[in-house]
Every structure is written in C-alpha cells, then in structure tokens.
Design a protein around this ligand. Structure first.
Ligand code: IMP
Length: 173
C-alpha cells in the first residue's frame, strides 16, 4: 500500500509561488518574457504562477520524455512536443515542476537555446539536488527537497496523484 506523507501544504505552496512570481515580475519588468511549461507536471505550477505575475507574458508548452518509466529518472531525453511560439530575440523562462538529475532541463535548455532567444533561464518549484548529474543551473527555485519521490500539485506517479492540492512524499509500505 502506498503511503503519502506531507511535504508542502496548500498555504506553503501558495507562499512559495507568490514569492517566485514577485521575483520574476521584477527581473523581467522591461523584457519580452515567454514562459515555457514542461508537460505534463508543470501545468498546475505554471497556472498558479502566471496569476501572481504583474507583467505581460507569452505562454507555451514543451513536452519531454525520458526513456523508461518508474521512480528513477533515466538518462535519454527526447522532445515529444515542441513549442509553437517564435522565441528568437525574446527572453525564455522554462517552468518545471521538479529537477532531479537535471538531465531533462539540460536537454530542454539546449534545445531552446538553439532557437536564438535573448536568454534562457530555468524556474523549478522543487529542487531534488542530491541526485544532480548535469550541471544545470536553476535560476528560480521554490523549495529544496531530499531524495525521495514526490507527488501532487501536478507531480505524478504513473499518471496518478496530479490532482492533489498539496505535495507528498510517496512511500511504499
Ligand atoms: P531529471 O531529468 O532527472 O531532472 O527528471 C526530471 C523529470 O523527472 C521531472 O520533470 C519529472 O517529470 C520527473 N521526476 C523526477 N523526480 C520526480 C518526483 O519526485 N516526482 C515526480 N516526478 C519526478
């Protein structure tokens, strides 16, 4: 039986998201910002984040998959669905739910950098830094976590738990 042990409640998430949105609104106040959500997990975070921004932004999504499934991130990443907005000369901020090894975001960052944007930076709600393999710098981090598998607030395990309004550590008995 899986056990869900609380990591961040609704209020804690709201405070984190509000704080990140304030920083982004200030840093990009005179820029042409394109927020790119990484499917599927970032859709809840991105939806909340943009409603706390005080600047105009464009929104797009990118899909990436790593080979293999389960609770261990694998090493081969591919783009499953590309952005449709032309980001040439614009400032891109990739919005991700969680960074684990960093391989997915490293791949996405390089993929987007090839489209000639003015800048590419990264925002992640959760940073599981202990397993980092790739030297992927995360510019905006919501909350650092220890090893473990997290679900809720967009994060899934085998497509379940995304709808939960809080974030939990998924453990098996
Ligand atoms: P990375 O390439 O190892 O950084 O893995 C990033 C991707 O793996 C994220 O976009 C998530 O889809 C998934 N992932 C990594 N850790 C977790 C977790 O604890 N819960 C849910 N998904 C995770």
């Amino acid at each position: 039986m899986p056990i869900l042990s609380p990591v961040l409640n609704k209020d804690e998430i709201e405070a984190i998201v509000t704080g990140i949105a304030e920083n982004i609104s200030f840093d990009y106040r005179s820029k042409n910002l394109v927020l790119i959500g990484v499917l599927k997990g970032a859709f809840v975070f991105l939806a909340d984040l943009i409603r706390h921004l005080t600047i105009d932004v464009e929104i797009d999504f990118i899909g990436a998959a790593s080979y293999g499934a389960g609770t261990v991130s694998s090493e081969q990443v591919r783009i499953t669905s590309d952005i449709t907005i032309d980001v040439a000369g614009k400032d891109v901020l990739v919005v991700e739910d969680i960074v684990d090894t960093g391989l997915t975001l490293g791949f996405i960052r390089d993929h987007l950098a090839a489209k000639a944007p003015n800048s590419v930076r990264i925002c992640a709600l959760l940073d599981k830094h202990e397993r980092r393999q790739e030297n992927t710098h995360v510019d905006y981090v919501g909350h650092g976590v220890q090893e473990g598998f997290l679900v809720g607030y967009g994060l899934d395990h085998a497509e379940r738990y995304r709808q939960l309004p809080a974030i939990y550590h998924l453990k098996s008995e």
